[in-house]
Ligand binder design. Structure first.
Ligand code: F6P
Length: 372
């Protein structure tokens, strides 16, 4: 009997439980495997905290938000243990051996793909299932979590229109997405935002102010702006790119540490960016400007039908791959099918929005501005 471990890592996301359930039911029911679930992601794996998962544990979780296994954002090779940063990869390998695991399933986003790839390099039989509301995982058309978050953010933009038009205000909705603009772009289009600001297209506040003033002159004296949390104006974006380049080019560990610290301070200076945009736009347009941060609401609650479907498709396909002994892959979604993609091609490979993406062209056609 094959014995498999499963965990969820990184930010919680709708569809995680659908994937756990899909994998588990196929692994236990179809393939006759034994399944254990590690608590709290990579941390529980390093600390050897787990529970047996059987049919009963997997029942009734399809529609539940978050993850029944718990999660954390730890890195296997750099984990804070007793106040010290330690490489826990050897401990994790030992734990998997002691628990007689034939395979380990890691469900998570980009950070989890990196962790999974490290564990693969250390000799474990790993499978990665792609989840994130950010939709920024390479080689998969969509990750589960994205569709639900897209729906929530779209509804929020719809609702913000009420106050915007009633009070003649500029309302700026800050939308998650990490370094990628998928969520802000998708919900901005679907929610009819007048302006969409994403990390892939650095903006100029003057140009945004001009389009708001033009709208006001034509009688529409309100605007709704969807701003991705990673969006920056031209100057801030250039500073950030320079800081990233410095980290990449650092040739000694000391230089790398200093460059990373510099990058962190640049990023810290960009915090509250949506509020900065609001202040600048209010000054430039004379219209009251307010910010709504959608935050964790975007990740919460029951997954929509798409995410339940995708979690189930990729989860069950993952169990088939374990049964075949096909490891070291992300189970990607490509043209509606579950396709194994080598983990080394996914790990560390962020999928941002190409500036010639059809969604951007469509948005421009309907008159949406990008502040460029
Ligand atoms: O990756 C999902 C995500 O929600 C991002 O959109 C956001 O940048 C990040 O997680 C927030 O992280 P945390 O849960 O650690 O606050």
């Amino acid at each position: 009997k094959k014995r498999v471990g499963i965990l969820t890592a990184g930010g919680d996301s709708p569809g995680l439980n659908a994937a756990i359930r899909g994998f588990g039911k196929a692994a236990i029911g179809t393939h006759g495997m034994e399944l254990i679930g590690f608590r709290d992601g990579i941390r529980g794996l390093a600390e050897d905290r787990w529970q047996e998962l059987d049919g009963t544990a997997l029942s009734g979780i399809l529609t539940v938000g978050g993850t029944v296994l718990g999660t954390s954002r730890d890195k296997a090779h750099k984990m804070v243990v007793d106040g010290e940063v330690r490489d826990m990869v050897p401990t994790i390998v030992e734990n998997c051996e002691r628990n007689k695991l034939d395979a380990l399933v890691c469900i998570g986003g980009g950070g989890t793909a990196k962790n999974a790839n490290r564990l693969r390099e250390a000799g474990l039989n790993v499978i990665h299932l792609p989840k994130t509301i950010d939709n920024d995982i390479a080689h998969t058309d969509t990750s589960f979590g994205f569709s639900t978050a897209l729906g929530i953010a779209t509804e929020a933009i719809d609702r913000l229109h009420s106050t915007a038009h009633s009070h003649h205000r500029v309302i700026i909705a800050e939308i998650m997405g990490h370094k990628a603009g998928w969520l802000a772009l998708g919900s901005g289009i679907a929610g009819g935002a007048d302006i969409i600001l994403i990390p892939e297209i650095p903006y100029d506040v003057e140009s945004i102010a001009e389009s708001i003033k033009k709208r006001a002159a034509s009688g529409r004296n309100f605007s709704v702006i969807a701003i991705a949390e990673g969006a920056r104006d031209v100057a801030d974006s250039a500073d950030l790119q320079a800081a990233i380049a410095l980290v990449k080019s650092a040739s000694t560990p000391e230089a790398k540490a200093a460059a990373k610290q510099h990058k962190a301070s640049v990023e810290a200076g960009h915090r509250d960016n949506a509020f900065k945009v609001a202040t600048e736009l209010e000054a430039a347009t004379g219209l009251e400007s307010r910010v709504t941060i959608l935050g964790y609401v975007q990740r919460g609650g029951t997954p929509d039908a798409n995410d339940r479907l995708l979690g189930t498709l990729l989860g069950t396909a993952g169990a088939d791959l374990v049964a075949e002994g096909h490891f070291g892959v992300t189970v990607a979604s490509q043209a509606g099918e579950a396709v194994p993609v080598p983990l080394e091609d996914v790990a560390g490979n962020l999928k941002t929005v190409p500036v010639d993406h059809p969604w951007i062209a469509a948005a421009r056609h309907v008159g949406t501005g990008f502040g460029d």
